[in-house]
Write a protein that binds this ligand. Structure first.
Ligand SMILES: Nc1ncnc2c1ncn2[C@@H]1O[C@H](COP(=O)(O)OP(=O)(O)OP(=O)(O)O)[C@@H](O)[C@H]1O
Ligand SMILES: [Mg+2]
Length: 218
């Protein structure tokens, strides 16, 4: 019984930290269309769910064009794992860093340690828009290192959806030796949606042209 309550509390802490839960809840596999090139994301996330325990700290790094379903696919996976009773945090990098920074305000109820421990104890951390921050302060780099290093030690996975990817420059944005970056990458299955197209663009173009999305895509 005690174990049950502790598990519930952990799940709640993860949900409390997550970015706008309503939006994320609406991203499911039921409304995820199998579009050209997004099969790889789908297969990877499906595998990560089916073999969640077996994969241990093996995460997923999903990159590709804007609007091709990276956030939708990982959120859908996270929702499935929540249904299965896992503690999942879905958070955008911007939210994560501003939540940690806000703990410096003396009247903030949430302490730095509460947020950091929630990030380390969650069964899964979905890091949306990974490395999207233009410029990182040293303390932010240090927080990112703490999370990545802490989760590696705890043998827990991260799924990251980078906003953009600038070859090697990204690797050295966190520190000049690439310590943080390679700690993360060694535990990641990298998925590149080469052919996936931009859903937002298809939707907008189809509407402008007065055709269905399927017609526009074909
Ligand atoms: N395969 C899909 N089926 C249904 N909806 C999709 C699909 N791909 C994307 N969408 C929808 O299109 C919008 C953009 O998708 P999403 O946010 O997942 O893109 P993204 O790859 O994360 O883009 P960005 O790189 O800009 O963050 C969302 O509203 C999402 O629900
Ligand atoms: Mg996204």
């Amino acid at each position: 019984m005690q174990e049950f309550y502790e598990k519930r509390a952990k799940i709640n802490r993860a949900l409390k930290l997550s970015s706008s839960v309503v939006d994320i809840k609406s991203m499911t596999f039921e409304n995820f269309k199998m579009r050209k090139g997004c099969e790889t994301t789908f297969e990877e996330i499906k595998d990560a769910i089916e073999n969640f325990e077996k994969r241990e700290k093996l995460g997923a790094f999903i990159f590709g064009e804007t609007g091709n379903g990276k956030t939708h696919g990982t959120a859908a996976g996270g929702n499935k794992l929540i249904e299965k009773g896992y503690a999942v945090i879905f958070i955008t990098e911007k939210d994560l860093l501003s939540r940690l920074a806000a703990t410096k305000n003396y009247n903030n109820m949430e302490s730095f340690n509460e947020i950091m421990s929630a990030c380390l104890e969650a069964d899964l951390l979905i890091w949306d828009d990974f490395m999207s921050s233009q410029r990182l302060a040293n303390e932010e780099k240090d927080w990112i290192f703490q999370i990545i290093n802490g989760r590696e030690r705890a043998n827990k996975p991260i799924w990251a959806t980078p906003a953009e990817f600038e070859d090697d420059a990204t690797a050295y944005k966190l520190d000049d030796k690439g310590r943080t970056w390679w700690r993360l990458m060694v535990n990641m299955n990298c998925i590149y949606n080469r052919q996936a197209t931009n859903y937002r663009k298809s939707k907008a173009m189809a509407r402008a042209l007065g055709v269905s999305m399927d017609e526009y895509d074909s």
